[in-house]
Design a protein around this ligand. Structure first.
Ligand code: CA
Length: 231
């Protein structure tokens, strides 16, 4: 799904395994190195999407690795360090890290940070921000829509439909316009099909964020995505 892996540099196998499991559950692929001095060589033949870099590592400390990689690469880096390590947030960021996570961490939080950094650095997630603070994201590589980082688990048609509406907030689409935009294979689709997809999308949005209902229906006309409904 996502071609470029997230590189986990971590000498504790349990922590590396935990990160791997959570990242893979979100559709990322992963790679793992357990020594700091292996990173530069590995990067000569691989292109990860992002590196999760532990600080206390055999071979070379994370901060050194970060500095070395930064000399020749814009690879997004999230530094990970245990409390008590001789590194503070500022130092990590000064060495070119994009973000910093402190151990013990919640893997869920790390995954959220990974997505944020990828988004910021132009990674795999395409973000739609129709209004300030929008939390709806579209991952075109994986056909996945996320609301506040949560996968809405849309079908391909639902994905296209929501993306189309959300990309043009406040624009009113008639059902026949939606059908025209979505179905290019000459299939016969009725208005009722669209209504049924919209119903399912609404339910999935509601499941992830109760009370969140950005899709307005104009009776007898069609649908539009309301800006003001964005959280
Ligand atoms: Ca370590």
């Amino acid at each position: 799904m996502n071609i470029k892996p997230i590189l986990i540099v971590e000498d504790e196998p349990e922590i590396a395994g935990l990160l791997r499991d959570y990242l893979q559950a979100e559709g990322f692929s992963t790679a793992w190195l357990d020594r700091g001095d292996d990173v530069s060589g590995w990067l000569k033949t691989h292109t990860p999407a992002l590196m999760l870099l532990d600080h206390t590592l055999p071979g070379m400390m994370g901060l050194e690795v970060c500095r070395a990689v930064r000399r020749h690469s814009n690879l997004p880096i999230i530094m990970v360090s245990a409390r008590g390590d001789e590194i503070d947030r500022l130092l990590g960021l000064e060495q070119g890290a994009d973000d910093y996570v402190c151990k013990p961490f919640s893997p869920r939080e790390v995954v959220a940070r990974v997505k944020t950094v990828l988004r910021r650095t132009g990674g795999q997630l395409a973000t739609i921000s129709p209004a300030t603070g929008s939390r709806l994201q579209f991952d075109d590589a994986a056909w996945r829509a996320l609301l506040g980082g949560c996968d809405l688990k849309l079908t391909a048609i639902e994905y296209q439909l929501l993306r189309l509406l959300a990309t043009a907030p406040e624009r009113l689409f008639t059902r026949s316009q939606l059908i025209g935009e979505m179905y290019h294979d000459g299939r016969v689709v009725t208005d009722r099909t669209i209504d049924s997809h919209i119903r399912k999308i609404r339910k999935k949005l509601e499941n992830v964020l109760p009370g969140f209902d950005p899709i307005q229906s104009m009776y007898g006309v069609g649908y539009r995505f309301a800006n003001r409904a964005m959280h």
